[in-house]
Design a protein around this ligand. Sequence first.
Ligand code: ZN
Length: 93
Amino acid sequence: MQRLVRFGFNLEQRAGELRENIMDIYHETGTKLKSSILGKESSKKKQEPQKCSWTEDDGIWQSSCGVYFEFNDGGIEQNNFNYCYNCGKKISA
Ligand SMILES: [Zn+2]
C-alpha cells in the first residue's frame, strides 16, 4: 500500500513537471507567434503604396485602387485631380 501511495506521488510530481514544460512551450510559442504576426503587419504597412497610380486608356482613366473615371475635358492635371476620389491617396500618373 505504501508503494502505491509513493507511486501516486511520483506521478503527481511528474505531471506537475510536464505541466510546467507545457506552459513554457505555450509561452514561447505565443511570443513567437505574436512577433511574427506583428512583423508581418509592419512590413505590410511599409509595402503599401502612398500614391494611387492612374493610367489612361482611350480617354478612360483607371486607378490602381480599382475605379474608372472619364473626364469631359482634359485629364487629371487639367481638372485639378490631386487626390483619388476612391482611396484618398495622391494621384500619380
Ligand atoms: Zn485610388
